[in-house]
Design a protein. Structure first.
Length: 339
């Protein structure tokens, strides 16, 4: 296997459990050795990993500064994506690939879902995969997907790469990035192109550029894009990840995330490390929302016992769809550990 030497500060849990001051991870595919002692870390992480519908914030981080990348684990994002395309310059890509597996291992040790966004396969995406898959990422993102055949091709490439690295066949999730108009109108077909697709992400800046739209912090120009994208993802049965808010203020990302939640999104991407905390707060049911959902469930179930198909609560006629929505909110709150 290949050694991955990581500062012990990023592996406090391993340091405590193994009583060591330096953690040396050796990659044997699905198995890792801690200072030469085999430990099935990958399997343990997979048992604890957030399922796709509970991954609220997806943060893109690029570059080849290992310490800075590892430090991103402190920002609170549910998913961290080592971005090899637009965020990492051509000159830095060899170094970024070299440090990538250690960065992914450090993130995993913090309980984070880890992903990579590779370059297009026709460019240097295969080179990205050959190196970064040593770190067994949970998710691989493909940029600028406009046709289902691109997803099918990546599925086949991943199959051989998983075999080469001893990773469980089919365990790597795919998340197509829809960044152009031709991809938007085929989102459903793209999501159905491989059983690996667990989610899809819609872009903001590239999409606006392709449409010739004028960007503004209110996002008015992308409202149709975001609505259609969510509908197509829902029809395909995959998680829709909203576009990133590309200004730095927290008030703007809060407003945009509230709007996304109203549309039905439960996940949002980010490019600013201060934004995941805002996204997570908004996409987690609040105490007030939980209390209201509990009242809806209680009132509707009491009405059913009486033989009524609906009930009035605070001026709202609660029927089956509203009852089901309240139950879904309570289920999500429980899964996120807030009740």
């Amino acid at each position: 296997g290949s050694p991955l030497i990581v500062p012990p500060s990023t592996f406090a849990d391993l340091k405590k459990s193994h009583g060591i001051s330096l953690v040396v991870l050796t990659n044997y595919g699905s198995m890792l050795a801690i200072n030469g002692v085999t430990d099935d870390i990958k399997e343990r992480d997979m048992r604890q990993i957030r399922t796709p519908h509970l991954r609220r914030s997806w943060l893109f981080v690029g570059g080849a500064d290992e310490a800075a990348l590892i430090a991103m684990a402190d920002c609170g994002a549910d998913v961290l994506i080592h971005e090899m395309e637009d965020f990492t310059t051509t000159a830095l890509r060899p170094k970024a690939r070299e440090i990538g597996p250690a960065v992914l291992a450090a993130w995993k040790a913090r309980g984070i879902v880890v992903g990579i966004r590779i370059n297009p396969l026709a460019d240097c995406g295969r080179v990205d995969l050959d190196t970064l898959m040593r770190g067994a990422p949970d998710v691989v993102m493909l940029p600028k997907v406009g046709d289902p055949s691109q997803v099918a091709e990546l599925d086949e490439v991943l199959l051989s790469v998983e075999r080469a690295h001893g990773i469980d066949i089919g365990s790597t999730e795919l998340v197509p990035n829809i960044e152009l108009a031709r991809g938007l109108i085929r989102t459903y077909d793209i999501c159905m192109a491989s059983p690996r697709v667990s989610a899809a992400l819609v872009a903001s800046e590239d999409m606006a550029t392709d449409l010739g739209a004028e960007r503004g912090p209110d996002g008015e120009e992308l409202k149709y894009v975001r609505t259609r994208f969510h509908v197509e993802c829902t029809a395909a049965g995959v998680v829709s990840i909203d576009a990133p808010y590309t200004w730095t203020d927290n008030a703007g990302v809060e407003s945009e995330t509230l709007y996304a939640r109203r549309l039905g999104y439960r996940a949002k991407s980010a490019v600013d490390p201060t934004h995941p905390a805002v996204i997570n707060r908004i996409l987690t049911p609040s105490g007030e929302e939980i209390e209201r959902a509990q009242r809806i469930v209680s009132a509707f179930e009491a009405a059913q016992v009486r033989g009524d198909g609906r009930v009035e609560l605070d001026g709202l006629l609660v029927e089956t769809p509203i009852y089901r929505n309240a139950r879904q909110l309570l289920k999500r709150a429980k899964e996120l550990g807030v009740i």
